[in-house]
Design a binder for this molecule. Structure first.
Ligand code: 5GP
Ligand code: MN
Length: 338
């Protein structure tokens, strides 16, 4: 409530506002950014959304996406100017400044007031106002709550609502993760009341595959899936050549890790992708085994208890070996995580 009071004071007069979110924005990152942008515009602020990198094409329907400034498609100087001119900078859906890459330093040094709204574990202390709730299923859920706490729920229209809905839908795994609380369902009911077409959002995000993406999924599951039943673990490692062969685009590998986790008895799944400069890793788990702790301890990452990311500057092969060698150490936890 203290944070809402501070936010209300900060936004009492029209401001120049910049909203940013994490590298390779997913539906929650982009949806919460564009949902908040829609709200702040209605309140008379001048708003721009800047992402550190591009995002999947299946998010290209979100209201306001055509005005998003993508950092690595512009000059550094142009983005620096936008960051420095902003009176308020919203940092959404990330808790570590390293998640916005080169923009991190700019944001830290910028004169504007920083507001973090996020649901990841262990938020860093860089914002003037920090609204961090790890029990929230999605940052989009928090954006809804912030708008409501500001007394402006009535301003949420179908276009903004669909951005928020997409964030909550994807971060809850279509309302099946344990994070799918009563609160989530109550908020969804309000979004439907605001005119959100839920079936449309599901279709736009989940039934929008290119044929090559589907073929890639088939290849990954048939030829690349490694299963270790003795550790209740499964993983998929993808090389740069394979990404090229299947003409992989941003977002094409999203959701792949969940197939590994969906195998009977598997409680720990990983997807390792050689992106060239580094190997990017997605971790997922079921039950007590904390992939947040695992990734923090071994792969320079973090995230949530059951969904985290990490990064490795070793080769893909060496990263896979490192993962393999760690498994015996976690055998007890992996066997008893349920
Ligand atoms: P994903 O595997 O879908 O990329 O990420 C899973 C979760 O972990 C997301 O909530 C994401 O924001 C977070 N995450 C992904 N990569 C990293 C990382 O390198 N560091 C941290 N701290 N969190 C990450
Ligand atoms: Mn999120």
């Amino acid at each position: 409530m203290q944070e809402i009071t501070a936010l209300r004071e900060l936004l009492a007069t029209p401001k120049k506002i910049l909203i940013t979110t994490h590298h390779k924005p997913d539906a929650d990152a982009l949806g919460s950014s564009l949902g908040l942008a829609g709200y702040l515009k209605k309140k008379g602020h001048q708003v721009i959304v800047v992402t550190p990198s591009d995002y999947p094409a299946f998010l290209n329907w979100m209201a306001g996406h055509d005005e998003v400034v993508v950092y690595d498609q512009h000059s550094d100087a142009k983005v620096r100017q936008l960051v420095n001119e902003a009176e308020v900078i919203f940092c959404l859906d990330f808790s570590a400044i390293s998640r916005i890459n080169e923009m991190g330093d700019m944001v830290l040094k910028a004169p504007g007031k920083k507001v973090m709204i996020d649901h990841h574990m262990f938020p860093e202390d860089f914002a003037d106002i920090t609204i961090s709730k790890t029990s929230a299923a999605a940052t989009a859920e928090l954006i809804f709550e912030v708008i409501r706490a500001m007394g402006d729920e009535a301003l949420i229209d179908a276009a903004m609502g669909e951005c928020l809905y997409a964030g909550i839908m994807t971060d809850t795994g279509s309302f099946r993760h344990p994070s799918t609380s009563r609160n989530v369902h109550l908020i969804i009911a309000e979004l439907i009341a605001a005119g959100v077409n839920t079936a449309r959002v599901h279709r736009l995000i989940y039934d929008n595959h290119t044929l090559t993406r589907l073929r890639f999924l088939g290849y990954a599951l048939k030829d690349k899936l490694v299963v270790h039943p003795e550790y209740n673990t499964a993983y998929i490692a993808i090389t740069q050549e394979e990404l090229k062969e299947y003409d992989s685009r941003t977002g094409d590998t999203e959701g792949l890790v969940n197939f590994a986790l969906s195998i009977e008895g598997i409680v720990f799944a990983a997807l390792l992708i050689d992106r060239g400069p580094a190997v990017k890793i997605s971790f997922r788990s079921v039950g007590d085994f904390s992939v947040n702790e695992f990734s923090r301890a071994h792969f320079n990452g973090g995230g949530h208890h059951n969904a985290a990311g990490g990064i490795s500057y070793d080769t893909l092969e060496a990263t896979v070996t490192k993962l393999e060698l760690l498994l015996p150490q976690y055998k007890e936890q992996l066997i008893h995580s349920a």
